[in-house]
Design a protein around this ligand. Structure first.
Ligand SMILES: Nc1ncnc2c1ncn2[C@@H]1O[C@H](COP(=O)(O)OP(=O)(O)OP(=O)(O)O)[C@@H](O)[C@H]1O
Ligand SMILES: [Mg+2]
Length: 233
């Protein structure tokens, strides 16, 4: 299977005053197109730091990241236009929806569709909101939406540019378990139907059967996870 992103030997140390924390300790991971992977691990183990390195938000100090086979970051140096890469090919979902408060749900998604340059923004925004079961809220402003609805709009927004890589950092932390599972199944559907590689940081062990692959981080290191009941597929 084609690889969307591959990281080799990522190491990152945060230095604050006299203390330093090794957040990534020689982490290597490959995310294949068309698969959905979970990233597990205790608080402070380096999950968000890894997501930021894979998403070209905050590079590691050492190591290499290849996007679709092309080296784009090496030892903290960008070898490509990373903001262009993010805008065209990546989708992000965070714990908080962070929607633009003065735009409606549809406008939030529509702007992302137009930036992503994949055709009629308004029509695509409508389709994506329907896909996420929030079509009825498209004229609502974020403050009028529940946390779960805001998050579904945020996921629609993340899909706007038809990303080949979707990175989600605890996207369901604000959702109840039924909605959480629905969202995880949606990530799987996006991976399997649209061929995106999806990596989801999650603490919700009830939905792990949704994932193709499980990884676990501990003290900045990564390994394949062997959670009870493991991945089905
Ligand atoms: N900007 C920063 N400056 C200094 N230290 C940081 C910074 N960001 C993260 N760290 C430290 O790096 C380590 C890894 O943090 P990270 O946020 O990646 O963990 P995490 O696995 O995402 O945790 P959580 O499950 O709580 O979100 C932690 O020890 C954290 O305190
Ligand atoms: Mg985190």
């Amino acid at each position: 299977m084609a690889e969307a992103v591959r990281a080799v030997g990522l190491t990152k140390t945060y230095v604050t005053g006299t203390t330093s924390v090794v957040a990534l300790d020689d982490v290597s991971i490959t995310l294949a197109s068309g698969t959905v992977a979970a990233l597990l691990g205790p608080s402070g183990s380096g999950k968000s730091t890894l997501i930021k390195a894979l998403g070209f938000v905050s590079p590691a100090d050492r190591g290499e990241v290849l996007f679709e086979g092309r080296s784009v970051v090496k030892d903290g140096t960008a070898l490509a236009d990373l903001s262009e890469l993010r805008r065209r090919h990546l989708g992000f979902v965070f714990q908080k929806a962070n929607l633009t408060s003065f735009l409606t749900a549809r406008e939030n998604v529509e702007i992302a569709c137009e930036l992503g340059g994949k055709g009629d923004g308004r029509r695509r925004a409508r389709e994506l909101l329907a896909y996420l079961d929030v079509a009825g809220r498209e004229r609502s402003y974020p403050e009028m939406l529940s946390g779960g609805e805001q998050q579904r709009v945020a996921i629609a927004r993340a899909l706007a540019n038809e990303p080949s890589l979707i990175l989600a950092d605890e996207p369901t932390a604000a959702l109840d378990s039924v909605r959480s599972r629905t969202v995880m199944e949606l990530f799987r559907k996006v991976a399997h139907e649209r061929g995106a590689a999806v990596l989801v940081v999650t603490h919700d062990h009830r939905a792990l059967d949704v994932f193709d692959v499980l990884y676990e981080m501990e003290d900045g290191r990564i390994r394949p996870a062997t959670a009870a009941g493991g991945a089905r597929r």
